[in-house]
Design a protein around this ligand. Structure first.
Ligand code: NAD
Ligand code: ZN
Length: 340
């Protein structure tokens, strides 16, 4: 089968013929239909320091996808050929304390699809049945292909109650943009999103934000005054991984404010801890998606009218993957979806 492979320890990905995956007794074999390109895939493409120390070469990459079940292992009773499914990108151990308690997203032995085990940028992928999500009939295929990052957005955005609250999102990348649509749908009052990329701030206007802020040109303090907010943001969603964005957020939260932090800083990051202590802030780290409460929430919010489709800005054939990665690297894109 065709697959995008990290073949060599250098920049790039290679479209190659590789053996089809073997479907074990507990596995589901899926014919991949569409895939989303993630920032993680771009790191792997670029072969930065994180990728070098994390990815064994060769590796079939990619983890955001939708496809159809082809066949199932002999222990699998709940999935059937033809069903439309996506894969939860984190494969957990199933045996640790957190897994046994049903808190699978907290498993310390998590493996990543397309990172530590063969991925979804391929014609077929085999996954344990516990990692397969059967989509409801009315879920749009392109949206289904990005349930993985949409799940990051939902997990983060719903970490703290947002009904009636003022929410600050730092970083208008694809996940920040989807989080904006989610908190708007969930009843937030003001949804303010920051970035340093005008193209993405323009795109944010299509996702229901109250106010976009280019932090190179405007100060959040001034935006608060303009919106008649007197005490600071109630909820912060850190979606940039950028230290100055995070510091800006800390300085603009209300006392008792809650921050959910998804963005991954590239190295140590100094903050003013006095602000955290004296303003009694809560900071919660977020990794992946809750299995499978987040997947349930994604589905029902879409069925209830949530529309994240503007975040998909590029659609192309998988053979044009170089153009897709180029679009991602340019910064002038939301999600890029490849058709297989
Ligand atoms: P992205 O890199 O596309 O988006 C980040 C955005 O932050 C960019 O648009 C960038 O211009 C913006 N930014 C840079 N400096 C800024 C500043 N000073 N103020 C405001 N914005 C600034 O990333 P994404 O795919 O949307 O993912 C968001 C973050 O979440 C990334 O850091 C990513 O690594 C991380 N992530 C975490 C998980 C997890 O499970 N924790 C999963 C996926 C992604
Ligand atoms: Zn576990």
């Amino acid at each position: 089968m065709k697959a995008l492979v990290k073949r060599k320890s250098e920049q790039g990905l290679w479209l190659e013929d590789v053996p089809e995956p073997i479907c074990g007794v507990n596995d589901v074999l899926i014919k991949v239909d569409r895939t989303g390109i993630c920032g993680t895939d771009v790191h792997i493409y670029e072969w930065d320091d994180w990728a070098k120390k994390t990815i064994p070469v060769p590796m079939v990459v990619g983890h955001e996808f939708v496809g159809e079940v082809v066949s199932v292992g002999s222990n699998v009773l709940d999935f059937h050929p033809g069903e439309v499914v996506s894969g939860e990108g984190h494969v957990v151990c199933g045996r640790c304390r957190n897994c046994l308690a049903g808190r699978r997203h907290l498993c310390a032995k998590t493996e990543g699809i397309g990172v530590n085990r063969p991925g979804a940028f391929a014609e077929f992928i085999a996954l344990p049945m516990t990692n397969v999500w059967h989509h409801a009939d009315d879920i749009d295929r392109d949206t289904a292909s990005i349930f993985d990052p949409f799940g990051n957005a939902v997990h983060t955005a719903l970490s703290f109650p947002v009904l009636g609250e003022d929410v600050l999102i730092t970083g208008a990348g694809p996940i920040g943009l989807m989080a904006a649509a989610v908190v708007r749908h969930a009843g937030a009052r003001h949804v303010v999103i920051t970035d340093v990329n005008p193209w993405r701030l323009k795109l944010a206007e299509k996702l229901g934000v109250s106010r976009t802020v280019d932090v190179r040109k405007e100060k959040l303090e001034d935006v608060q005054k303009e919106l008649n907010m007197s005490e600071g943001f109630d909820v912060g969603l850190e979606m940039s991984g950028n230290p100055s964005a995070f510091r800006d957020m800390l300085a603009n939260m209300c006392h008792g404010g809650k921050i959910a932090m998804l963005g991954i800083p590239s190295s140590d990051m100094a903050i003013d801890w006095n602000t955290v202590v004296f303003n009694m802030l809560t900071i919660k780290g977020i990794y992946g998606r809750e299995m499978y409460e987040t997947w349930y929430k994604m589905t029902v919010m879409l069925q209830g009218g949530l529309d994240i489709s503007p975040v998909i800005t590029h659609r192309m054939d998988y053979t044009d993957f170089e153009d897709g990665f180029q679009a991602m690297r340019s910064g002038e894109s939301g999600k890029v979806v490849l058709k297989w």
